[in-house]
Design a binder for this molecule. Structure first.
Ligand code: HEM
Length: 473
């Protein structure tokens, strides 16, 4: 039997959402539970500052109001929760009181009902069916494909060459995701190439700021995204139909999802397979792209750290490191640098939720039916939790010091039963790419270039990242 999807879906049109939000607020007022302290005037200005300087705005509110506070945005009160205790409660000890579906409602028009946008039993069963796709041996099996793609992408690098590292990594990560998750090979056929291009076009919607995303009608980002989605759906359903008809299967995750069943005989419908594949492509390539960029950015500004990483890479043979080496701690300084990069720049920086029942978070009362976000980016930079919070210090993640990090303080992959399902896949991919770069190259930032961060849908360098490649010294 195919799993049954979510019972309800949040409204897609901005007007209907506004109406739902107003009704929700009226219910809350009747219930009489106050919102946490915060800034509830000047809503339009705030949405602009929060868009432009989210980290600064949130750290400032934390200092004035404590770990759980309210900011009024346009028409609604939104709660933000920072710090170890709040993170632990939202992600682990009270996780079932915080729903994802409405928090991530903007993603539903593209992704449908995949892991990121579903809750409860439907989520639990879906995740259980998908988990074998992320088992150790399955991820190990993807390394060959990753190495092949990395070699292909790096073949054009020459000492002195200039390139946009963001663009380079994004293309590489999308090719890896397309092949490993969906079995598509952009070199093989026009249809496969179209899928990659359409997917990029659809994602363009989430690169616009919130106000642009609200526009509807011809020529708007919304309309372009819907057009790309229709095209993608034709391709994906066509591929699903072809695989079912021919029985063709491969090492990719799509093959696994088509046949997956839990012990009660539940399986995924074709629509559900489509939604999960889209969700994984979405969640799985921007995050790794951004992490590589931020890691290279930090290393470019820390020559000593870079030299240590290069020396460590030389302890292994020139050949691409094996799965056991990459996943088993043969490059401990690279592991520490990666963890520290994800502390400073966690790509999935905000976790939007809606509370079900009234509750307390970090001791602060939060009403039922409230939009609440945990924010790893700000939590990872709290001065009372992290010494010198804005500095790049990989040694914080040495074996000894890692033990002193409080529970819930470090959450770049979320936590609890919904921890990022692609964490090991993403870490492996990042380390494989970095190990290859470090073997032969030194990457410098273009002189005069300054990092500006964009945050929709994930953190990343705004407008790309121009670098110059040199031979490793
Ligand atoms: C550096 C790389 C990555 C980072 C930092 C990252 C981060 C995250 C975070 C923080 C969450 C939880 C969001 C929340 O609590 O609101 C999450 C969930 C998720 N991630 Fe990742 N991710 C990465 C790579 C990947 C990859 C490679 C894939 C797929 C191949 C993936 C698929 C997912 C999915 C499907 C979920 C939802 C899981 C569920 O709800 O059961 N991620 N990720």
């Amino acid at each position: 039997m195919a799993l049954t999807g979510p019972a309800t879906s949040p409204a897609a049109s901005p007007l209907a959402r506004m109406r739902d939000d107003l009704r929700r607020q009226a219910r809350q007022r009747r219930a009489g539970v106050p919102y946490p302290p915060g800034d509830t005037h000047g809503a339009t200005r705030r949405i602009i500052t929060l868009n432009r300087r989210p980290l600064h705005t949130l750290l400032d509110a934390y200092e004035r109001h404590g770990p759980v506070f309210t900011l009024r945005m346009l028409r609604a009160e939104v709660v933000f929760a920072l710090g170890p205790q709040a993170n632990h409660e939202i992600l682990v000890s009270q996780a079932s009181n915080f729903l994802w579906r409405e928090g991530f409602r903007d993603l539903i028009p593209l992704l449908g009902d995949g892991l990121l946008t579903i809750d409860g039993a439907f989520h639990r069963q879906s995740r259980k069916i998908m988990l074998p796709g992320f088992h150790r041996e399955r991820i190990a099996g993807a390394l060959g494909l990753m190495d092949g793609e990395i070699e292909r992408a790096i073949a054009a690098w020459r000492p002195g060459a200039q390139l946009d590292l963001y663009h380079w990594t994004r293309e590489l990560a999308l090719r890896i995701a397309m092949r490993a998750l969906f079995g598509l090979d952009p070199d093989r056929s026009r249809a496969d190439l179209d899928a990659a291009e359409e997917f990029e076009r659809a994602l363009g919607f989430y690169g616009h700021d919130v106000l642009m995303q609200m526009l509807r009608g011809p020529g708007t980002p919304w309309r372009r995204m819907r057009g790309a989605r229709e095209h993608l759906d034709r391709l994906i359903f066509g591929e699903i139909e072809r695989r079912r008809r021919t029985g063709e299967r491969g090492e990719d995750l799509l093959s696994l999802l088509l046949d997956a069943e839990d012990e009660d005989g539940n399986h995924l419908s074709d629509e559900h397979v489509r939604d999960e594949v889209m969700t994984l492509l979405f969640a799985g390539h921007d995050t790794t792209t951004a992490t590589i960029c931020f890691l290279v950015y930090e290393l470019a500004r820390a020559p000593h750290e870079r030299a240590l990483l290069r020396a460590e890479r030389r302890t292994l043979p020139d050949a691409a490191p094996t799965f056991e080496q990459l996943a088993g701690g043969a490059l401990p300084r690279l592991d520490m640098a990666l963890d520290e990069t994800l502390r400073l720049w966690p790509p999935a920086w905000i976790g939007p939720r809606r509370s079900v029942e009234a509750t307390t978070v970090a001791g602060v009362p939060v009403p039922a039916d409230t939009f609440i976000n945990y924010v790893s980016w700000a939590s990872h930079r709290l001065p009372d939790v992290w010494e010198d919070p804005h500095a790049f210090v990989p040694d914080r993640f040495s074996e000894e010091r890692r033990k002193t990090i409080p529970k819930g303080a470090y959450v770049p992959f979320g936590g609890g039963s919904r921890t990022c399902i692609g964490m090991r896949f993403g870490q492996l991919e990042i380390k494989a790419i970095m190990a290859r770069i470090l073997r032969d190259f030194d990457v410098e930032l273009e002189p005069g270039w300054k990092l500006r961060v964009s945050q929709t849908p994930t953190l990343g360098p705004r407008g790309g990242m121009p670098v110059r490649v040199q031979a490793a010294g």
